[in-house]
Design a protein. Structure first.
Length: 342
């Protein structure tokens, strides 16, 4: 529940505060907290829970990060962009004043009251769209194709990632007769950090579509290599490569699925697109676990082919969203989808 809420809320929130030129970079900075926190939890388990009592770790490890997050949340204003789209001009003004009255950590900027925001008649008309009309528009032809692509990509990626990684330790024990040490997770999470930095450098220049194709293709290759006969160090190197490439998919999907929908329904539409992916994250690990002893290699190859299919679907993304302005009203997004492929 926590991760699902994070995906649906935190990424749109971040995007609606930053400029279009650094939108992808900002989400990458936010995403890097995931592998860093994983490193924290693994270290916490090794240092403070030496007997590997998962109940104790589960109950105590989140205490400090959750408390810190609560303190930060108390200082966070609501998104002015979202407030304006809900017709709450006074609240939007207060949120903007809060932002403009804060002092920067680096450099010099204007500190004081926010400038007036002039809302055009066209923007005013978008406010009149009811939430249910906006949600229903996701399933109309212009936005439906985008929603289907996002749903397919997220379902395939989430299902395969969770299916293999949940059983990776048992996979190595049964198929390669090797026990992966707990400390090796530090290496894979550092690979995820490196992958996120890689996305930071390229997401605004190479673009979302190309990076998704690269990430899914590399994931398919590195997963397929897990079924080949090779030395344990070489196999573990492929496992690190799998974490690197799979993280590209996670990062870029978080960016694209959030920015491609209009402000009016951004969180809701992205949540709908993630829904089947969460189901696949339960079903595919169960399938992989049932096939572990007798047919682990064939199932792993099927999973690798699934990522190949995801790369093909990513090629069908109708237009690149890198550095394009966020859309606020549903009709604005519909006109963009109908436009020529860029």
């Amino acid at each position: 529940m926590g991760y699902g809420g994070n995906l649906v809320i935190s990424y749109p929130y971040m995007m609606e505060f930053v400029s279009d030129k650094i939108r992808g970079l900002a989400v990458c900075v936010l995403y890097i907290s995931w592998p860093l926190c994983s490193i924290f939890v693994i270290t916490y388990l090794q240092v403070f829970v030496p007997d590997n009592n998962w109940r104790v770790a589960y109950a105590t490890a989140p205490l400090f990060p959750s408390f810190l997050a609560f303190l930060c949340l108390m200082q966070m204003p609501e998104s002015p962009r979202w407030l304006l789209m809900q017709g709450l001009k006074k609240d939007a003004r207060e949120a903007l004043d809060f932002v403009f009255q804060s002092h920067p950590l680096i450099g010099r900027v204007h500190v004081g009251k926010a400038p007036d925001v002039v809302v055009s008649k066209e923007e005013e008309a978008k406010v009149d769209e009811s939430l249910w009309d906006a949600i229903g528009s996701v399933f109309t032809p212009p936005l439906l194709s985008i929603w289907l692509i996002c749903t397919i990509l997220y379902t395939l990626h989430a299902g395969v990632c969770n299916g293999f990684w949940m059983w990776s330790i048992e996979f190595y024990q049964m198929q390669k007769h090797y026990i992966i040490p707990l400390g090796f997770n530090h290496v894979t999470q550092l690979a995820a950090v490196a992958s996120t930095i890689f996305c930071m450098l390229l997401v605004e220049t190479v673009g979302r579509r190309a990076l998704l194709v690269i990430g899914f293709t590399l994931s398919a290759i590195t997963l397929f290599l897990q079924t080949q006969e090779m030395s344990i160090p070489a196999s573990l190197a492929c496992l690190v490569g799998l974490e690197f490439s799979a993280t590209i998919g996670w990062v870029v999907l978080a960016i694209y699925m959030t920015e491609v929908f209009p402000t009016k329904i951004r969180g809701t539409a992205a949540g709908f697109a993630c829904f089947l992916g969460r189901i696949a994250s339960v079903v595919l690990p169960s399938v992989f676990g049932l096939c572990m002893r007798d047919s682990a290699y064939p199932v792993t190859r099927v999973f690798a082919c699934t990522w190949v299919f995801a790369a093909v679907v990513a090629c069908a993304i109708p237009y690149e969203t890198s550095q394009m302005s966020l859309q606020d009203g549903v009709h604005q997004s519909e006109s963009r989808v109908r436009g020529p492929v860029q």
